[in-house]
Structures are given as structure tokens and as C-alpha cells.
Design a protein around this ligand. Structure first.
Ligand code: FES
Length: 103
């Protein structure tokens, strides 16, 4: 596991989501007030790009088949056994730092 600064916290307006590019796979950051949530930008249903969907806090809606996920824990609201991968987040000196698993 390794912490990585992915971008500035100010780049994510309250109530919105922003994707940060990484060579190992993009990370989607959702913001609700002072709380930030980092998720894999890939739907567990059929790999749809969640960043192309809608974010109505706290729910993300996949653009392909409209599955909804709670950004706070990645859990799908339609299927108990489906969830988006979520990563720990800390804000350090204004930077969004995310803990990713080892490759
Ligand atoms: S790929 Fe996301 S709901 Fe089907």
C-alpha cells in the first residue's frame, strides 16, 4: 500500500466529482463538504466509466445501465454483492492523498 497525492482538494468543488489521471488507472474523487471519497473509475457491472455518469450526493449513477452507488462506501444500492472499489483518502496541505494497493 502506498499513499499518492493525486491533485489539489480545491480542484473538486463541493457536491461534485473529478477524475484524476494515473498511469495505473484513473481515480474518481467525490466531495461532500469537507469529506472526500476516492473510488476506482470503473463500474463493477460491466466496467462503465463512472466519471461519465451523474453525481447526486451521495449517489453516483453509472452512465451505461444506471446502477447507483453510494460514494461513501462504494456500495451498489441495487445489489448487495456489487461495490465500486474505494480507497482511503486524506487531505494533506491541500492535496488529496489516496492510499492505493500495491500493483
Ligand atoms: S456498466 Fe455500470 S451499470 Fe452497467
Amino acid at each position: 500500500m502506498a499513499w499518492e497525492a493525486v491533485g489539489a482538494a480545491d480542484a473538486v468543488p463541493d457536491g461534485e466529482m473529478v477524475t484524476f489521471a494515473r498511469s495505473e488507472g484513473d481515480v474518481l474523487v467525490c466531495r461532500m463538504g469537507d469529506a472526500f471519497f476516492a473510488l476506482e473509475d470503473r463500474c463493477p457491472h460491466a466496467n462503465g466509466p463512472l466519471s461519465m455518469g451523474n453525481f447526486s450526493p451521495p449517489f453516483l449513477v453509472c452512465p451505461w445501465h444506471a446502477w447507483e452507488f453510494d460514494c461513501r462506501n462504494g456500495q451498489c444500492v441495487h445489489a448487495d454483492d456489487a461495490a465500486v472499489r474505494q480507497y482511503p483518502v486524506e487531505i494533506r496541505d491541500g492535496e488529496i492523498c489516496v492510499e492505493f494497493p500495491d500493483a
